[in-house]
Design a binder for this molecule. Structure first.
Ligand SMILES: CC(C)(COP(=O)(O)OP(=O)(O)OC[C@H]1O[C@@H](n2cnc3c(N)ncnc32)[C@H](O)[C@@H]1O)[C@@H](O)C(=O)NCCC(=O)NCCS
Ligand SMILES: Nc1ncnc2c1ncn2[C@@H]1O[C@H](COP(=O)(O)OP(=O)(O)OP(=O)(O)O)[C@@H](O)[C@H]1O
Length: 202
């Protein structure tokens, strides 16, 4: 029995993971979006709200988790972040396993996992694809986001494996410091390469 080739797509904040994941999807490659799963589970009526409210009182309501409030509690404090991760990560892992089972007859699938290296998930994928752009490009993109401050950006960067280390551990690097069309061409080329290495079962 064959199973899909699992690509682990990762990259630091603002490097363009979501944009690149959308490019894979446009090629018909199913993408598991860990961040989207987190948002869904933290949304109205989500399954983790009770546990989050118990651990971080006052951070949830009818709209689900108040992400700004929760982020302010955890991003500058590793112990608090670890308490949140202990709630979120097993829930994400369960959904990822279900996604794999649903797409078992597809040649290639993507796990879009921001914290692939940080949380040791690199062991669960066949190839690691890192999206990367020069630091000034990353910085400009992130600081343009609503609600982002220099301080929050620095706090988040300090929690993430440096881009340089991610690049060193990548099987494939997608350069997102160029035009979207050029990045798209790299994605198209990578998919063709992977399919040629691993022909679909007859
Ligand atoms: C704290 C929360 C509510 C803040 O939400 P908010 O919308 O403000 O930020 P967002 O999720 O967009 O994250 C901003 C940046 O921080 C990074 N980040 C998020 N969680 C973590 C973490 N645990 N460690 C390091 N970086 C992180 C993201 O990859 C992104 O680059 C949210 O990030 C969360 O629930 N995080 C814990 C779950 C988790 O680890 N998610 C990562 C994917 S599984
Ligand atoms: N060549 C490119 N490749 C990817 N993104 C690009 C490129 N050029 C410009 N961008 C823009 O840069 C931004 C990257 O943001 P995106 O949300 O994809 O990053 P991310 O890595 O998913 O961020 P986070 O880790 O914070 O969730 C998008 O607005 C995207 O349109």
């Amino acid at each position: 029995m064959t199973r899909p080739l699992i690509l682990g797509l990762t990259g630091s904040i603002g490097m363009g993971k979501s944009a690149v994941a959308a490019m894979f999807e446009a090629h018909g490659v199913p993408v598991f979006d860990a961040d989207a799963q987190v948002r869904a589970m933290q949304g109205p009526g989500g399954p983790v709200l009770g546990a989050i409210e118990a651990a971080f009182p006052g951070t949830t309501g009818p709209e689900g988790v108040d992400r700004g409030k929760l982020g302010a509690l955890v991003f500058g404090n590793r112990e608090e972040l670890a308490r949140l991760e202990a709630i979120m990560h097993p829930a994400v892992a369960q959904r990822r396993a279900a996604f794999l089972a649903e797409n078992s007859d597809t040649p290639i699938i993507v796990f879009d996992i921001p914290l692939l290296f940080e949380k040791g998930g690199a062991g669960g994928v066949d190839r690691v694809v890192v999206v990367s752009a020069p630091h000034p490009v990353q910085r400009e993109r992130v600081l343009a986001r609503e609600g982002m401050t220099e301080e929050k950006f620095e706090q988040i960067l300090a929690l993430q494996t440096p881009d340089e280390d991610k690049r060193a551990r990548a099987d494939h690097i997608i350069d997102t410091g160029q035009s979207l069309a050029e990045t798209e061409a790299e994605v198209t080329e990578l998919i063709a390469l992977l399919k040629s290495e691993r022909p679909s079962p007859a």
